[in-house]
Design a protein around this ligand. Sequence first.
Ligand SMILES: *[C@@H]1O[C@H](CO)[C@@H](O)[C@H](O)[C@H]1NC(C)=O
Ligand SMILES: *[C@@H]1O[C@H](CO)[C@@H](O)[C@H](O)[C@H]1NC(C)=O
Length: 317
Amino acid sequence: MHILRPLTLLATLPLPTTHALKIACIQQWIEHTPLPHAAANFYHPPLHLPGPPNLDDDDGSIDLAANAETQGLKNFVDHRNYRLIGILVEVTYRMVARRSAGIATLADLRGKRVGTIRGTSAEVFAVQLLGTAGLQAGRDYELVGGGIYTCMRAPCGEGSFPAELVAGGIDAFGVWETAVELGVQALGEEEAVTFKNASVYREVYSLYSTEEKLKDPVTRGRIVSFVRALNKSYDVFREQGQEVVDFVGKTVDVEEPVLRNVWEDHVWGPGSLGKDLVDYLEREDQYLAEVDGRKPLTRAELEQFVDPSVYEEAMQE
Ligand SMILES: *[C@@H]1O[C@H](CO)[C@@H](O)[C@H](O)[C@H]1NC(C)=O
Ligand SMILES: *[C@@H]1O[C@H](CO)[C@@H](O)[C@H](O)[C@H]1NC(C)=O
């Protein structure tokens, strides 16, 4: 772990109380762990972690929120002041299927029952991935969304995705980790078949703020400092040393072997907030707009949603 000498600490870190930041996110996911890591090691904002990761659920006192791009887009539709200011991690989702159901390739999912979580990044992933094999939900396979819970740590009881897969209630499921890894383990290496394609779908778990927060010089300054602290944590996460694996395991209560198996699907760090991201969001929004029965966001609107200026400012000093 990085050890800062006290003098360096005083010189570079603002006093915790005067530089408080409130960050809303869900604490169950591996994706959020750079936030508490940066807070514990490189900056000290009080983290407001539980609850829906929305910026508007606490009378405007929340400065930052972290969530997948799917929820980011959905929120932006109703809150045009939201800004995507950085990427915490990009995660390639996976789908796990039962080999004994006759599944070796994606195309074999024709006529099968595929579990996912409706209205989330998991559904976007499952539908897009099966789309690459020419399969359409409802027409070629059944998307099973209700009544199954997303177990994130073993043991996964009755009614969970892994248990339903083993019992044959579904033939495959595609959601976020660690649920898929638990599905692989429940089936066993021989019986489990997994599919992924990062160019078709990867979760872009991002950091959000609002136009107002970013316009306020004091808050903006804190956010820029926190982004620099986060950037130090990304380096630690990429190195995947024992200490950070222990930290993440303890933070989200996941056992080390499960964590190590899914780590390679996590690309830590700010990523690109350029044209590629806007292209990617545009494709996803077209799908979401159709499902939600609304007009897709325009290119200009998406370009306003993605705001790289905080990272640019953080890099200048
Ligand atoms: C991933 O999807 C892209 C776009 O559909 C396709 O061109 C590529 O072959 C896929 N990769 C794999 C490994 O299937
Ligand atoms: C983040 O760290 C990398 C080195 O790992 C550096 O090149 C980059 O400029 C840093 N970005 C910010 C915003 O501090």
